[in-house]
Write a protein that binds this ligand. Structure first.
Ligand SMILES: Nc1ncnc2c1ncn2[C@@H]1O[C@H](COP(=O)(O)OP(=O)(O)OP(=O)(O)O)[C@@H](O)[C@H]1O
Ligand SMILES: [Mg+2]
Length: 213
């Protein structure tokens, strides 16, 4: 079943066209990678899907709902983005990075949020690190915390922006396993990467973005 439909979207920044009638459909459980040269608009595409940028025209339909073509403070819970630099809350502990998302975004009660957060940390092999702060984590641990935080809202579509760029080969294998597991849970996965081997190995489809002329 289709969960993401991007129909001929156009995105300009200061009159420069970045996305020119870009279209893409992604099914439940499907892994799609997007490759292409630096500056072509890959991160911009993920930001548009996640409502962090407004598109100039076209349509983005997520889980059969068109996302409104305006920026809203309300987060679309059907879609999650794991940022390249993780965007963790530096002033909060590992556990709080997740409980805060649960209490603020999902309005879950504090005690329940701790149970759920611990479960997510266990899945990401981070439970023992729960009282540390982001600066005390290794790169791979930070990334797993970012994934756990994204999973907290139980999105149907998960976008990863360059998930392997800061990882050593062992951690690349580990992230490979995590992403495959998420697709088995019927999540639709969109990966932006420069790592063509990773993209080909993990994906059902690889799409190449080309610069607008
Ligand atoms: N908020 C913004 N305001 C103006 N221009 C922007 C903005 N965000 C991105 N751009 C421009 O849009 C273009 C595409 O940027 P984007 O970050 O999407 O590229 P990318 O394909 O992800 O590149 P990379 O592989 O280096 O991460 C770039 O030329 C960038 O300068
Ligand atoms: Mg980018």
């Amino acid at each position: 079943m289709k969960v993401l439909e991007i129909k001929e979207i156009i995105k300009n920044f200061n009159k420069i066209r970045i996305l020119d009638k870009f279209s893409l459909e992604v099914d439940e459980g499907e892994i799609v990678s997007i490759i292409g040269p630096s500056g072509v608009g890959k991160s911009t595409l993920l930001r548009c899907i996640n409502g962090l940028e407004k598109i100039d025209s076209g349509e983005i339909v997520i889980n059969n709902k068109e996302i409104k073509n305006k920026m809203t403070k309300q987060k679309n819970l059907d879609v999650g983005l794991v940022f390249q630099d993780y965007n963790l809350f530096p002033q909060y502990s590992v556990l709080e990075n997740i409980t805060l998302t649960l209490t603020k975004v999902l309005k879950i009660k504090a005690e329940e949020s701790i149970i759920k957060a611990k479960d997510l940390l266990l899945q990401m092999e981070l439970l023992e690190r729960m009282n540390l702060y982001p600066y005390q984590l290794s790169g791979g641990e930070k990334q797993r915390l970012a994934i756990a935080r994204t999973l907290a809202t139980n999105p149907k579509i998960i976008c990863f922006d360059e998930p392997t760029s800061a990882l050593d080969p062992k951690l690349v294998k580990y992230i490979f396993k995590i992403i495959k597991e998420l697709s088995k849970q019927q999540k639709a996965i969109l990966i932006v990467t420069h790592d063509i081997k990773f993209a080909t190995d993990i994906s059902d489809r690889v799409i190449e973005m080309k610069k607008c002329i």
